[in-house]
Design a protein around this ligand. Structure first.
Ligand code: NAD
Length: 429
């Protein structure tokens, strides 16, 4: 992850944890267990490059906590990967799996490399080398990796193939994010966006708002946003604009049409990175506004579903007073300063690690199906996803109401409490 100089994501994750640990009055032993990863692996991956020379890449796997089940979390390829980023992400995975109550813990992995400068054969070498180093400590019953930044289904299949060669058998439950037909789950591509709208639907019900009487403004037009918009509009909601990144101009634009954008129309002029063709959009009657315009629209719902750090102490005060709900599809879109603004304005926030947990929940379903070698129909997957997300939402909102907590704090309390309890029940503390 590229990060600001001096910013340490692991320290931030620990600070967030400490705040909730104080609230829960956790004992010292439990705090020590949960503040730090249980296990960390760092290793060399020698790869023979296309020019015949050997290059050594640095790889990591961090297993933050597995009291509730096998660790789960992606593998990132990034030139600026650091062990502290991997540690923080592993901890956040523990809380995410816990808040939606799936029987998994948190893990994360990475390799310091830039796939842009590597051939497919060299990337295959990294994947196979990565799993050779840790084949003994990952597996369907211990730690289940997945795709993440700059890794995809192909990388997962290389890792799986090498693991199966080492262990001599078929173990599709080792890894998720596999293509449908080779152990992947139907419904995975819809899962995060739909999951976001399942919890949004419940929030609106709780606020006494009918989806068909609401409007939304969305940042992002990639995997999460596209499926969120599709389902939200099917519920009757109106999306009036989307904001996305323009590769060519190296800036973002907001595309607006009233009374509502037309999803099919925009999908027809969108590239595979979720960027919309500006000129074609104008031809279709869209207003093309500056990137930040999505923030200041008079809508009921804001859906940040692009990147982190968008709702800040500077931007949050500029959002319309009409906004009642912020549904966080992206990871980390809101800073603590913006949280203060939302708290004060009584905006109902659906926090990222609850609101975008549809993806990991469906990955859990993939793992279950892979272990059984029996695959469900799409409707079954999405039905089960709805049940999980709805129930997770109500758990969090009920606690928030009872204890008068901000939604993000309530979600952390539930997640951390469940893991703490599992550690206690196992006799670790
Ligand atoms: P994506 O790559 O498919 O789409 C990203 C979108 O964001 C694109 O439309 C891009 O144009 C837009 N974007 C990028 N920079 C922008 C900027 N500065 N201003 C406006 N728009 C910008 O990614 P995705 O899979 O949809 O993920 C979006 C967010 O959701 C990320 O924060 C990701 O970590 C999080 N998330 C995704 C999943 C998943 O299953 N895909 C699961 C959990 C969380």
């Amino acid at each position: 992850m590229s990060q600001a100089k001096g910013f340490n994501p692991f320290e931030m994750a620990q600070k967030q944890f400490d705040k909730v640990a104080d609230l829960l009055e956790l004992d010292t032993g439990t705090r020590e267990i949960l503040r730090n990863p249980m296990r960390e692996y760092a290793f060399n991956i020698p790869v023979r490059m296309d020019d015949g020379k050997v290059k050594v890449f640095r790889g990591f796997r961090v297993q933050h906590n597995d009291a509730r089940g096998p660790c789960k979390g992606g593998i990132r390829f990034h030139p600026q990967e650091t062990v502290d980023t991997v540690r923080a992400l592993a901890m956040w995975m523990t809380w995410k799996c816990s808040v939606v109550d799936i029987p998994l813990g948190g893990g994360k992995g990475g390799v310091i490399c830039d796939p842009h400068n590597l051939s497919a054969r060299e990337q295959e070498g990294i994947c196979r080398g990565w799993v050779r180093q840790i084949a003994k400590v990952v597996g369907p019953l211990s730690d289940v990796p997945a795709p993440d930044v700059m890794t995809n289904a192909q990388h997962m299949l290389w890792i799986l193939d090498e693991y199966e060669a080492i262990h001599g058998g078929h173990y599709p439950g080792l890894i998720t994010g596999k293509p449908v037909g080779l152990g992947g789950s139907l419904g995975r591509k819809e899962a995060t966006g739909y999951g976001l709208v399942f919890v949004l639907r419940e929030a609106l019900r709780e606020l006494g708002m009918k989806p068909e009487n609401t409007s939304a403004s969305v940042q992002g037009f990639g995997n999460v946003a596209q499926f969120a918009i599709e389902l939200y509009q099917r519920l009757g909601g109106r999306v009036i604009c989307v904001s996305c990144w323009d590769q060519k101009d190296q800036t973002s634009y907001t595309f607006k049409k009233e009374p509502a954008i037309k999803l099919e129309e925009l999908l027809g002029i969108t590239d595979r990175f979720g960027g919309i063709d500006k000129e074609k959009a104008k031809d279709l009657g869209y207003q093309v506004l500056p990137g930040e315009a999505w923030l200041t629209q008079d809508v009921d719902i804001l859906m940040p579903a692009a990147i982190e750090n968008q709702l800040t102490g500077e931007t949050a005060p500029r959002i319309s007073r009409k906004v009642r709900v912020v549904a966080e599809g992206a990871n980390g879109p809101t800073t603590p300063e913006a949280d203060e603004v939302f708290r004060e304005r009584n905006v109902f926030v659906l926090p990222d690690f609850l609101a975008n947990a549809g993806g990991v929940t469906c990955s859990y379903f993939e793992q279950v199906q892979s272990n059984m070698n029996y695959f469900w129909e799409k409707d079954e997957v999405l039905g089960k996803l709805d049940v999980k997300m709805t129930s997770a939402f109500h758990g969090v909102s009920e606690l928030a109401r009872q204890k008068k907590l901000y939604m993000r704090d309530a979600a952390y309390v539930i997640a951390i409490n469940r893991v703490a309890q599992a550690c206690k029940d196992r006799g670790w503390v």
